[in-house]
Each structure stands twice: as structure tokens, then as C-alpha cells.
Design a protein around this ligand. Structure first.
Ligand code: C5J
Length: 222
């Protein structure tokens, strides 16, 4: 059992019953020319978390525990993209439009791939999700249950959108979830802080938070 000094109180987990879930660390959100940038956002803060995410991913792989990567990805015919999602706002490029890294948020396109530093190995689970949450319209819950997973450690982007939605979905399905504070980012710093505060409020109503340093320290002592 690993006991981690976390907020609002200690997070205890068995690595063999825990999955590291990396949300949407895709070129479409992290690099210029993707979906995030097309919405008018500065993507550089999101790139800055890649080294911390990689340190955790490397340590987790060394333990031999389960890794899950997600991608926000739609079918090329957009049959899984509700018009309300595609037509909302005034982005420079809409979902499905051709951009510098291929069609925006479309499975298989260059921009839809996970950034090279965090690229999945063949043994790791990759979930393509049409929504914000990792559980909606995906087989993730069944796969985690089949693997005996009870605890989740989250990293990825963006904190208040796909990460928080996935943690809330996980909470409703009975998982205990930890968010690594310096391994998640938002285009809006104040939203990241608010999302983390909401997650750990009221006695970890959604989950726990800790830094990657705290996590790696606890894992190394395991
Ligand atoms: C967004 C995400 N922000 N991965 N997606 O649209 O958070």
C-alpha cells in the first residue's frame, strides 16, 4: 500500500489496483494549429507540463501498473459529434475542418495523436472519446473493472473541462481519484485553481490532489 500526503487528507492506493489516466495530451490541445489554438487559446502553458507528466509516466511504467491514455476524437464522418458541439462559438477552425495538423479532432489525423514524449506503448490502453468525459460512450469502466482497478491517478488537459469531467464520472462509478496538480493545465489559470479546489472540497467530494513530487516520493518508498 502506498500512502501519499495529499489534499485534503492522505490518499492510500495499491499500485496493482490503480490506473494512471492521462487525459487528452494530444497535439490538438497542446500545439499551435490544433483545436485549442483555433478557439483562441495560448497553448504554451499546456506544453510546460509535459516534463512532469513524463516523469510520472516513466515511474509508473517502471512499477508495471496500468496506464490509460485518452484522446478527444471524432469519427471522420462526424456521426459521433453532435451539431451543438461542432457549431458552438466562432472558432477559427471547427471540429472536422482541415487544419495544419490535419482535420481538427478527427481520429487518425496527425493533430489527434498524443504528443511524442507521452506516446502510448502497445501494452497501454488508448481510449478515443467523443465527449469531455473518459467514461461516456467508451468501454473504459468495463476495462477498468475487468482489470480490478479501484483507484485512478489523473494527469492531462484541460483541468476544468475533460479532466474534471472524467474525475466526476469516475467518482459516480465508485473510483477514488487523485489529480496531480503540476501535471494538469488549463488555458485559464484561474479555472485550474478553481477546479482543483472544487475537486478536493468537502472532504474530497470528487477526489484528492497532490504534486507529482509528492506522488513520486511516495511511490519510490513503496
Ligand atoms: C476541451 C479537453 N477543453 N480535453 N477538451 O475542449 O479538455
Amino acid at each position: 500500500m502506498v500512502t501519499l500526503a495529499a489534499d485534503p487528507f492522505a490518499f492510500d492506493f495499491e499500485p496493482r489496483k490503480t490506473a494512471l489516466v492521462i487525459i487528452d495530451m494530444q497535439r490538438d490541445f497542446v500545439e499551435p494549429g490544433g483545436f485549442g489554438a483555433s478557439l483562441g487559446n495560448d497553448v504554451t502553458p499546456l506544453q510546460a507540463i509535459i516534463p512532469a507528466c513524463k516523469a510520472v509516466l516513466d515511474a509508473w511504467r517502471a512499477v508495471g501498473a496500468l496506464v490509460v491514455h485518452t484522446r478527444e476524437a471524432h469519427r471522420p464522418d462526424l456521426a459521433d459529434c453532435p451539431p451543438a458541439k461542432r457549431e458552438r462559438g466562432k472558432p477559427a477552425l471547427r471540429i472536422g475542418d482541415a487544419g495544419p495538423m490535419g482535420r481538427i479532432l478527427i481520429a487518425g489525423e496527425a493533430g489527434n495523436q498524443i504528443v511524442p514524449d507521452l506516446a502510448p506503448t502497445g501494452a497501454e490502453i488508448v481510449i478515443d472519446k467523443p465527449g469531455k468525459g473518459a467514461f461516456w460512450a467508451t468501454p473504459l469502466h468495463e476495462m477498468l473493472r475487468a482489470a480490478g482497478i479501484t483507484h485512478l491517478v489523473f494527469m492531462g488537459v484541460t483541468t476544468e473541462v475533460c479532466v474534471q469531467t472524467s474525475m466526476r464520472e469516475a467518482n459516480d462509478r465508485g473510483y477514488d481519484s487523485l489529480l496531480l496538480e503540476d501535471c494538469t493545465e488549463s488555458y485559464f489559470p484561474q479555472f485550474k485553481l478553481a477546479a482543483m479546489a472544487m475537486i478536493r472540497a468537502q472532504g474530497a467530494i470528487v477526489g484528492w490532489t497532490a504534486t507529482s513530487g509528492q506522488f513520486l516520493h511516495a511511490l519510490a518508498r513503496h
